[in-house]
Write a protein that binds this ligand. Structure first.
Ligand SMILES: N[C@@H](CCC(=O)N[C@@H](CS)C(=O)NCC(=O)O)C(=O)O
Length: 209
């Protein structure tokens, strides 16, 4: 399999999941929004992650689908596959929360110019400020859920934690208070950052912290 990623982007989640799964995989780094992504897979809309399963099927896009695929293809790794429909429902619930609720509120702090027709510095800063409020609101949902837990679902790391990790890193960069007001998120971030496989992936992506 081959994962196309942008260093530090949401594709960091599938990259970590591949490492945890024990899969034999390759990667290619592609700059943010680069035209190369449309060459790789025009239906991917110029975004990462893209996973080429090298099984004759079209590449897979959408982080939750890629993460679910990795977990289910490598069930022995126990990172999110389950025989329990209730456990699967819980994992899928958090995958969707991260994809549909948390990830989108980060977009305006990275590409604020896309969220206003007024391209002035003032207008873009207003977009970023509004987005930071939304980020804090969504992070609070996860912060409350993590009370008394180490990982998001169950007592060992899963694809949900892998997917949350890049967003926790973004919060540290884009919020002035970083994760200081959300100790449970800080703890999750630190536990994942200390994981040897996560560190290997971070090194591979050229990320320092
Ligand atoms: N719903 C998609 C979102 C993917 C996405 O937005 N990826 C970002 C990086 S975190 C991207 O490649 N953006 C490029 C762009 O918007 O031009 C998923 O979950 O995979």
């Amino acid at each position: 399999m081959k994962l196309y990623y942008t260093p530090g982007a949401c594709s960091l989640g599938p990259h970590i999941a591949l490492e945890w799964s024990g899969a034999d995989y390759q990667t290619e780094a592609v700059p943010f929004s680069d035209e190369r992504l449309n060459e790789i897979y025009p239906e991917g809309n110029g975004k990462v992650p893209i996973l080429d399963r090298e099984n004759g099927l079209p590449p897979l896009t959408q982080s939750p689908a890629i993460l679910r695929y990795i977990a289910d293809r490598y069930p022995g790794a126990r990172i999110g596959s389950s025989d329990s429909v209730d456990e699967l429902a819980e994992i899928n619930r958090w995958l969707v929360f991260l994809c549909a609720d948390l990830h989108p509120v980060f977009h305006p702090v990275f590409v604020g110019d896309r969220y206003t027709t007024d391209q002035s510095q003032t207008a873009i800063e207003a977009v970023e400020s509004a987005a930071r409020t939304l980020i804090r609101k969504e992070l609070e949902v996860l912060e409350r859920h993590l009370q008394g837990r180490i990982y998001i679902v169950g007592d060992s790391p899963t694809i949900v934690d892998a997917y949350a990790f890049p967003m926790l890193r973004w919060a540290q960069v884009k919020l002035p208070e970083k994760l200081e007001n959300t100790p449970n998120l800080q703890r999750l971030h630190d536990a994942l950052a200390a994981d040897a496989a996560v560190q290997k992936v971070m090194n591979a992506e050229g990320l320092t912290s």
